[in-house]
Design a protein around this ligand. Structure first.
Ligand code: ZN
Length: 187
């Protein structure tokens, strides 16, 4: 197992298992190595449980994203075409209504996020895996990224824009998380 020890200004030892399987231990500055080792040994049952949980989550993710095979160029083009067919009318509707215009729309096979926005260049990207979501959840992601052209961060002002242009955003976000079981997904 990959173990990473970080010494920081903290008052106690703590650990967490990262998604990639690395065990990250935080220790107060100056903690002797033997104390860290003892902490590690004592928490082995917890580590084992956490490893099983991470493995289960990885399998769930694999099962979900594996529903859209993208191994060949043909599979990719077909998926891209399908998604563009869904997204274009949504974009047309909302860019008009919100008064924003992205400079470029890109599609990527990202599993870590559904969309992204570079407010500086006004470029927007969407994950091809949006195809695995119902249309209203796709629409939520589109409006979310367009809203970043108005407000770059996730401040109250941003969510006020969401309230105005996609009032069901909370529901859509929860539904998206439920479907993909991506607990860490931001959107
Ligand atoms: Zn965002």
């Amino acid at each position: 197992m990959d173990v990473r020890i970080t010494y920081r200004h903290t008052s106690r030892l703590s650990m967490r298992l990262l998604k990639n399987g690395t065990l990250s231990i935080s220790a107060p500055m100056g903690t002797p190595r033997s104390v860290v080792l003892e902490f590690f040994e004592r928490n082995k049952p917890w580590i084992e449980k956490a490893r099983q949980r991470v493995a289960r989550q990885a399998q769930t993710r694999q099962d979900f994203f594996g529903q859209l095979p993208l191994h060949t160029k043909a599979e990719w083009s077909e998926a891209l075409l399908q998604l563009q067919r869904i997204i274009r009318p949504i974009l047309d509707r909302h860019t008009q209504e919100m008064g924003v215009m992205p400079s470029r729309i890109m599609y990527k096979a990202t599993i870590s996020r559904w969309g992204c926005c570079q407010p500086r260049t006004r470029e927007i990207c969407f994950s091809i895996y949006l195809l695995l979501l119902p249309e209203w959840c796709i629409e939520h992601v589109v409006v979310h990224e367009l809203a970043h052209l108005l407000v770059p961060n996730h401040s109250a002002k941003f969510y006020a824009v969401m309230d105005r242009h996609f009032p069901r955003w909370r529901e859509a976000r929860a539904e998206t998380k439920r479907i993909s079981r991506m607990e860490d997904h931001e959107k």
